[in-house]
Design a protein around this ligand. Structure first.
Ligand code: MG
Length: 383
């Protein structure tokens, strides 16, 4: 039976994976589950899924002295201990479902030890795309996308026919149709109110600025090796068409389904097989599907992110770090909504370094520089 480790087990994708893994318990067994600090939920999941161990990256979060009694998972505390556990684990697959740059080290550890990565943590691929790809090639690991758009593209590309263009669909987020001047004073609550998807706070803000789609352009470039000029974005407010691939003859394939991460998670687990899933079937007779171009004047973050991707090297890492910092400042009410994109733009303009990183340290140093710089820049934009 295939064994798996889930990183980011208590987050939104992690909760979906929990449902899917319960359903697939005769095919997949859980070796380890890792979360940042939600011990109680992690413990409960560990018991239910019969995990051998559970890991908490935040040592402060382990208040209980539970763990290790017969029938219960062993508790591993702290990132370094978790990395060791991943390295020696017999699991063949690792689901990377944590949020942000924090996913880099565990992902690289899993790749170094030849494990397949089921990747929902797009920030790792954005910040370290060249390095992640090289490590996967060297160790023979596969990277299977879990992000819904990239899962759709992955499924459309199953026959290995080269794409002419990739179309990433985008719901447009909670502020679709608004002009820039309408967005100066939107609240955190409004920005967190996504029309179609229930997700964590960070990605939900990214979908409101459309930076998420910019990160996904870079993610698609690294996952599928497609040049940036062949990756397009189309607004599709219903989130039923998860993305499309156009081939050289003009034929275009899409993958459709309800906005629910269960399919992308299970496809990544079962690939190249498909397993049943208790889902309400898609009924297109009750749906109107519409498509429109993105408003890149209002949502500047989309093109700023694309430009960082085109520049390559360390620029995507700077983009990612500036964005993570700005989003957390917005969520804690220190800056207004439009300042998120301004901060990213300022930090990227300040950055002048055309190296192509070959070590994780170079990327981590750049990430730290960009975070510090974003905090300095943010002083000018405090609300
Ligand atoms: Mg997505």
């Amino acid at each position: 039976m295939t064994q798996i480790i889930v990183l980011g087990a208590t987050g939104s994708v992690g909760e979906t994976a929990f449902r899917v893994l319960q359903h697939d318990k005769d095919r997949i067994s859980v070796d380890g589950l890792v979360a940042h600090h939600n011990f109680d939920r992690l413990w409960e999941m560990g018991i239910t899924l019969h995990a051998r161990w559970i890991g908490l990256t935040d040592p402060q979060a382990w208040k209980n002295q539970k763990g290790g009694e017969s029938g219960t998972p062993r508790v591993v505390v702290g990132l370094d201990a978790i990395l060791e556990e991943i390295a020696k684990s017999p699991a063949e697959k690792v689901l990377g479902a944590m949020t942000g740059f924090a996913g880099l080290r565990p992902t690289l550890t899993a790749l170094r030890h030849g494990k397949d990565i089921l990747l929902a943590n797009k920030e790792t691929l954005v910040a370290a795309g060249d390095l992640v790809r090289k490590m996967a090639t060297d160790s023979g690991s596969r990277i299977i996308p879990v992000d819904s758009e990239h899962s759709a593209i992955f499924q459309c590309l199953a026959l290995n026919q080269p794409p002419r263009r990739i179309f990433l669909t985008c719901s447009g987020g909670p502020f679709r149709g608004r002009r820039k001047e309408d967005l100066a004073f939107v609240s955190v609550e409004e920005a967190l109110n996504h029309p179609n998807w229930r997700m964590g706070a960070k990605i939900t803000i990214d979908t409101a600025t459309l930076v998420n789609k910019g990160l996904e352009i870079i993610e698609a470039h690294y996952l599928f090796g497609v040049p940036y000029e062949q990756i397009e974005v189309v607004i599709h407010p219903q989130s039923i068409v998860h993305s499309l691939v156009e081939f050289v003859d003009g034929a275009t394939m899409a993958q459709l389904g309800w906005p629910d991460m269960a399919v992308p998670v299970q496809v990544a687990l079962s690939w190249p097989e498909r397993w049943s899933l208790p889902q309400k079937p898609l009924d297109l007779t009750t749906q109107t599907l519409s498509f429109e171009p993105p408003d890149i004047e209002t949502f500047e973050g989309l093109e700023i992110a694309r430009e960082a991707g085109v520049k390559g090297g360390l620029y995507p890492a700077v983009l990612n770090a500036a964005n993570e910092t700005a989003v957390s400042l917005f969520l804690s009410h220190h800056i207004g909504f439009l300042s998120i994109t301004r901060i990213i733009k300022d930090v990227l303009e300040e950055f002048q370094d055309n190296r192509v990183p070959t070590t994780p340290e170079e990327i981590m140093d750049t990430d730290q520089w960009a975070r510090n710089h974003a905090l300095e820049v943010a002083h000018h934009y405090q609300s």
